[in-house]
Every structure is written in structure tokens, then in C-alpha cells.
Design a protein around this ligand. Structure first.
Ligand code: NAP
Length: 259
């Protein structure tokens, strides 16, 4: 399918690896020029070079912590009048509800709520003025079904989801859509960081911990970054203009619900 976005320009944050990279790659495949970001300059430059070589699109790499206001300004300056924004940042660490301090919550809110909101506040006015725009926020299945040990994620992402629910309806009259993509477990470094503690606690290997987790998912496997990226690119496409303010779960059927 021609996604109808060839020649458009996108900013994808936290995109050197994992789900962000999957989104960037799928947009590049659709002919979209990119500005990508991550903290580690080396991996980011390697991803940019790979995407340029494979898809012949322009890719600008801006290294920096997207939760830092100064770095965010640099990223936004490089993005300029982009038509597409995919927000992403690392997830908060697992832990126990009783242990988290105010500082832990502030860090989680910064990463997974206030940063995507700041990016949207910066880029939505230009999209509205031009009469076309697409925003996809990478959130988590934890928005629909809380994950006990990821309470910081449950809390921060719920806040972002509320903001999007209201804002998406305010920008839709201008041809701008905002939607959230909710990953269940996907085969990335983040999955390894979640399976590691399980393996350690149970005295099993990382592979056994992953197999155990996959056994509880109807699809019996982890999602791939390619599958995730394809859905992201579709939401950014010309065809997705009537999808507004939705929370789309990509979890292999893990959450047991009818609707
Ligand atoms: P990942 O494989 O660990 O990749 C994270 C990417 O984000 C890397 O490119 C990393 O590069 C970059 N990054 C992290 N923090 C950043 C920051 N503050 N500023 C700029 N770049 C940053 O993670 P993932 O699996 O793709 O997960 C992406 C998001 O989806 C996370 O919020 C995660 O919690 C959420 N999620 C993932 C899963 C899953 O199963 N994978 C499930 C549910 C939710 P640098 O480290 O170099 O900055």
C-alpha cells in the first residue's frame, strides 16, 4: 500500500534502537525524511546511516536526552516544520509501589508524560497552520491493564493518555490526528531489562524467562519492531485521517478483554 506520505518530514524521538527505530524505519520505507534522536551518539549515527543507505531518504541525527529542555530545543530546531511526530523515551525502572519517592515520580512524569506533551505543544501549532499533521505517542499496554511492578509507567502514561484524549479532539478539525500506540511485550533491549530480574529471581536463563512470558500470550511470542513500525507508519499515513484519539494495543492478545 502506498502510504501517501512520500516527501513528508518526521521527527522520531528515542529512535536509535527498539520500537522508536522500528517506527523510523517504516516511515523511511514510506519515503519520509527523518530527524531522529537518542542519547547515545554512536548508535544513533549508525541507525541514521543504515536508514539513509536502505531507503534513500534524508536522515538528520540529533543526540541528546529528550527529557532535557535544552536538548529538546535542539531536536525541535532540527525538525523544523515537520508533518509527523512520533514521541518516545525510555521506560521507568520496575520496582515496588511502596518504595518510589517524589523524585522517582518526577523522573517518570518527565520521561513519559511531560516530554511528549512538550513536543506536541511545540509542533502542533505548525501542523494546524499547515492543515495536516500526524502524531503518534508510544505508550504502553500498562495504560489499559496496569503492570504491578511498573507503577511509575502506569501512572505517568495514564496522565499522557488523558492529555491526548482531550487534545486530539481539539486539533482534529485542522487535519491533525493524535493517537497512542500501546506496546505489549516486544523483542527489544527493554524486554531484556524486564526479563533479566525475572530470570535472576527464579534462577533460570534469560531465554527461559522469555519463553515463560511468551507462553502466557495468545500469539505465543514477543512482538517485532517491524510489526510495531508498520502500524506506526499506517497511523501517520494519508489513509489514517479519520483515526482520532485512539489507544491501539499491540500485544499479541495478552490483555483478555472483549472490547
Ligand atoms: P529500547 O529498546 O530500550 O530503546 C529505547 C530507545 O530510546 C533507544 O534508542 C534509547 O537510546 C532511546 N532513549 C531512551 N531514553 C532516552 C532519552 N531520555 N532521550 C532520548 N532517547 C532515549 O526500548 P523499547 O523497547 O523500544 O521501548 C520504547 C518505549 O516503549 C519505552 O518507553 C518502553 O517502556 C515502552 N514499552 C516497551 C515495551 C517492550 O516490550 N519493548 C512494552 C511496553 C512499553 P539511548 O539509550 O542511547 O538514549
Amino acid at each position: 500500500m502506498d502510504l501517501g506520505i512520500r516527501g513528508r518530514r518526521a521527527l522520531v524521538t528515542a529512535a536509535s534502537k527498539g520500537l522508536g527505530r522500528g517506527c523510523a524505519a517504516a516511515l523511511a520505507e514510506a519515503g519520509v525524511d527523518l530527524v531522529i534522536n537518542a542519547r547515545g551518539a554512536e548508535a544513533l549515527a549508525a541507525t541514521a546511516a543504515d536508514l539513509r543507505a536502505r531507503y534513500s531518504v534524508a536522515v538528520t541525527a540529533v543526540a541528546g536526552d529528550i527529557t532535557d529542555a535544552g536538548a529538546r530545543s535542539e531536536v525541535l530546531a532540527a525538525a523544523g516544520p515537520a508533518d509527523i511526530l512520533v514521541t518516545n523515551a525510555g521506560g521507568p525502572p520496575p520496582g515496588l509501589w511502596s518504595d518510589w519517592t517524589r523524585d522517582d515520580f518526577i523522573r517518570a512524569l518527565d520521561g513519559n508524560m511531560l516530554t511528549p506533551i512538550a513536543l506536541m505543544q511545540a509542533m502542533l501549532p505548525g501542523m494546524i497552520a499547515r492543515g495536516w499533521g500526524r502524531v503518534v505517542n508510544i505508550t504502553s499496554q500498562s495504560v489499559k491493564a496496569p503492570i504491578p511492578q511498573l507503577g511509575l509507567s502506569n501512572a505517568a502514561r495514564a496522565g499522557l493518555t488523558g492529555f491526548v484524549g482531550g487534545t486530539a479532539r481539539q486539533v482534529a478539525p485542522h487535519g491533525v490526528t493524535i493517537n497512542n500506540l500501546l506496546p505489549g511485550i516486544h523483542a527489544t533491549d527493554r524486554a531484556v531489562s524486564l526479563d533479566g530480574p525475572v530470570a535472576k529471581a527464579q534462577g533460570i536463563t534469560l531465554e527461559q524467562a522469555a519463553a515463560q512470558r511468551a507462553a502466557g500470550i495468545p500469539a505465543r511470542r514477543y512482538g517485532t519492531v517491524e510489526e510495531f513500525g508498520a502500524m506506526c507508519a499506517f497511523l501517520c499515513s494519508r489513509h489514517a485521517g479519520y483515526i482520532v484519539g485512539q489507544n491501539i494495543l499491540l500485544d499479541g492478545g495478552a490483555m483478555n478483554s472483549t472490547l
